[in-house]
Ligand binder design. Sequence first.
Ligand code: NAD
Length: 492
Amino acid sequence: MSLHTTPPWDSVRNYVDGSWRTPTGEDGQAIVNPATGEAVSHVEFSSAADVDDAVAAGRKAFETWQSTPVEERIQPLFALKQLLETHQAELAEVLVREHGKTLAEANGELRRGIENVEVACGIPSMMQAGHLPNAAPEIDETAVRKPLGVFTAITPFNFPGMIPLWFLPYAVATGNAFILKPSEQDPVVAERIFELIDRAGFPDGVVQLVHGSVDTVNALLDHDGIAGVSFVGSTPVARTVYERAAKNGKRVQAQGGAKNHVIVTESADLDFAAEKTVSSACACGGERCLANDVAVVEESVYDEFTDRVLAVAREQTVGDGLDEDTDIGALITPEHGERVRELIATGIDEGAELLLDGCDVSVDGQPGGTFLGPTVFGDVEPTMTIAREEIFGPVLGLVPVSDLDEAIELLNRSDFGNAASLFTSSGADARAVRHRADVGNLGVNAGTAAPMAFFHFGGRSDSFFGDLHAQGEDMIHFYTDKTIYIERWPDA
Ligand code: NAD
């Protein structure tokens, strides 16, 4: 059975205890296609009672699920992988129609999400903790990992198909129950994924979906029945969620915003570096926590690199993400588009040189869309607002520096520590950056430092609050606690 891909779509529903329910909170909002400005669906927010129902169902399911053999627990994940792959093209279409990015980008993020399902299928090996016979005289010691209960993840708008899957597969494979609260700005793709989850064979209450906004999040954070919280979103909210969840005695990991740098040294392949730098800054409309939107360039190649960046940026086609020719889709809302334009105006006011202005872009036949073309600033000073604040639009700033030391110093002064990239052909430069750059995801001759699912997704400083990250082995640690058995059998 195929998924419903063509809007208008019915209002999104919660998925609680194995059935679809209408959220009963008082507020809600329209879901709008950013490329057309047209409403495609509606989301009602969940009340505290809806959250209570989901937590109660999750706790009931956990009683049995935690002791269900691990081999049985991963079978629905194998089914889910197949279902996600079979319906990937439909999911991508839905995602584009509520988010605005391109079809290629939507497919890319879904593939990344599926990879997390694949990794979580390896839980029977990954969850083992250790055994040591004769740890002391006549004593054997065994560590075991145990699931903890009901976990929740609160996710952002910019990767609505992938980020829920950074958490969901690991939480349930390790024996927990899981509740997703997706972004209220583009929650339809999450509902479609849950239509597949409904077919994948999970017992009722193991995987649930509640829609909502601030009040729903707070009901989850304050609920005694929630053992732990994963959050991904902007830094101010990440900090608040981290503090509130921790105060309530929960495990918490909270990933925040970013401001990432790319360093270009004089030995770099400048064509390659320019292409990857423009792509990093502008793909997904710049709405990526891994976007490198400040390029720190050695003076000796600054002019040459700038020319190449401008040439690549001018080639980008802005348009509806469903159009195959589109490189840069729409920004999520007119309000966000306005904020990006204001930051561009601030860049001009503070003295940066506007080399390419994307503000006047228009897309034929799409007068209601929120579009912005690639925008490039030259001679950016590190103290300027556009060099310090997350912009989340297709805006790149170029900063000339005298040498690599100055470049590393500059990126380490940032309040954020999410990601950085280096373009060079010098092993010594690469080693210096590896050792000294204070960021969580670091790429060398890779424009966007996105780790595969079997590695954790890094981040530090104002980009991350907590200790265990999303994806990979960190997830096993986050979703389990270790018990140690110390055994003596004197007659053996
Ligand atoms: P956001 O902080 O506005 O919202 C994220 C989630 O928090 C949503 O589900 C939303 O409903 C909820 N929320 C919003 N305000 C809240 C409040 N006051 N109290 C409680 N919950 C609240 O973020 P966004 O605009 O959806 O996403 C973009 C941000 O996410 C960017 O800053 C981006 O860098 C960041 N991000 C970070 C990573 C990472 O791995 N570090 C990954 C993706 C996105």
